[in-house]
Ligand binder design. Structure first.
Ligand SMILES: [Fe+2]
Ligand SMILES: [Fe+2]
Length: 250
């Protein structure tokens, strides 16, 4: 195994998660005391919310790529914009073409039917539509012709920044408000039935490769752009006393 903290997921094969799903009829509840053979049979499954949140992880990594691209473009450093175009294609296919379809056709309607989070869902739907236009703008300009034209570079930078500004809070609100409410609204049986439906949707999009293929593709882009997770570690210059960290300043 390679470096543990590499930004490239290809280097952490042991960390790859098999997105095996629960088939309701064969489900065995996870238990700390099962034998290893039984544990094998009741291998981890991916619930709808876990599935959606893993896809938000892909969005976070594309936001990282966009951030690095903005940094390089603003500093007039060389960058192969084809990498940015590839990241935008992953967003278009996996997020706009799959993840948001599940949200719009399954998650949001379940909440709307229960008369929950009406205003928030309207905002999130509007942001999906705005983001599709932003991704199209990124795709149109993230190429050699876009790199040569100053106004197209500005448009590209603005689009990537807009995507970042909108989708960081978008995902955070979904993770912490919408998905927990969705799980509650549909109830345990329907939730587990939906686990299998989400698995089928994903197989239709990705075959058996799950999100691993997209994560690996993003890892290659990150490597090409010099992104390494450790590079984003930040420390306070003088250590903060934990006892006083939460207290009010005088
Ligand atoms: Fe969304
Ligand atoms: Fe989402």
């Amino acid at each position: 195994m390679q470096k543990e903290h590499s930004g490239n997921p290809e280097n952490s094969g042991a960390l790859l998660i098999h997105r095996r799903r629960l088939v309701l009829a064969g489900a065995v509840a996870p238990c700390a005391f099962t034998s290893s053979a039984a544990a094998q049979k009741s291998a981890p499954y991916v619930t709808p919310n876990e599935d959606l949140m893993q896809e938000h992880g892909l969005v976070g990594r594309v936001i990282l790529i966009y951030g690095r691209a903005i940094e390089l473009l603003n500093a007039n450093q060389s960058i192969d914009l084809a990498h940015v175009g590839q990241a935008a294609q992953i967003i278009a296919r996996v997020i706009h073409g799959h993840h948001e379809v599940e949200e719009e056709k399954i998650v949001f309607p379940a909440l709307e039917k229960a008369n929950l989070l009406k205003n928030l869902i309207a905002t999130l739907r509007g942001q999906h539509s705005a983001a599709r236009a932003i991704t199209a703008t990124i795709g149109n300009n993230a190429n050699q012709a876009g790199a040569r034209d100053a106004s197209r570079r500005r448009e590209l930078i603005a689009a990537m920044q807009n995507f970042r500004n909108m989708y960081e809070p978008h995902g955070a609100y979904e993770d912490t408000i919408v998905y927990p409410a969705f799980r509650q609204a549909v109830g345990p049986e329907e939730y587990m039935r939906l686990a299998e439906q989400f698995a089928q949707n994903e197989r239709r999009m990705n075959g058996d490769k799950g999100i691993q293929e997209s994560a690996a593709a993003l890892g290659k882009i990150e490597t090409a752009l010099g992104i390494e997770l450790a590079r984003y570690t930040r420390q306070m210059e003088s250590p903060v006393d934990p006892a006083s960290a939460g207290s009010k300043r005088q």
